[in-house]
Design a protein around this ligand. Structure first.
Ligand code: CO
Length: 160
């Protein structure tokens, strides 16, 4: 079931989310709904607070398949990348944000089993962005500058 995506300005996006404690049907339904909502919105990631659930749950798909993260934590980060970033909760806008080039995350899967995941480039950016949501942080808090429509057009022209 697709859920409604909460937009910037809603207090719920600014709360620190609680860890998930039970790995049961309720979590699995949340994960299913979050994936459906992300895909329908053409997003590459979605965090539970974006659908009004203040729990530490994230889904990501940067094109290599669905990743489900429960209680994720960044355990190491290296390098730096700067690039454009958007958010389903901040429609129609993009910002230039610096993020680590590579991050390793420790999380639990839908059954509570602990695992580690290392991501580079877009996946690293996405991991940082979604985990920030769990602490009430939006990319707009961290962005170097907003990317205007004119800049986007100019960039597109330069790239041919
Ligand atoms: Co977001």
């Amino acid at each position: 079931m697709e859920r409604k995506i909460i937009k910037v300005g809603d207090e719920g996006l600014r709360k620190v989310c609680k860890p998930m404690q039970k790995y049961d049907l309720r979590l699995w339904l949340l994960l299913r709904d979050m994936a459906e909502t992300m895909y329908k919105a053409d997003g590459v990631g979605l965090a539970a607070p974006q659908v009004g659930i203040l729990r530490r749950v994230v889904v990501i798909d940067v094109g290599d398949g669905l990743i489900e993260l429960v209680n994720p934590e960044i355990i190491s980060a290296e390098g730096e990348q700067g690039g454009p970033e958007g958010c389903l909760s901040v429609p129609g806008k993009r910002g230039f944000v610096y993020r680590p080039e590579k991050v390793t995350v420790r999380a639990r899967d839908r059954h509570g089993k602990s695992f580690e995941l290392t991501g580079e480039g877009l996946l690293a950016r996405c991991l940082c962005h979604e985990i920030d949501h769990l602490d009430g942080v939006l990319y707009t808090d961290k962005m170097d500058h907003e990317i205007t429509e004119e800049e986007e057009e100019k960039e597109a022209e330069e790239q041919g």
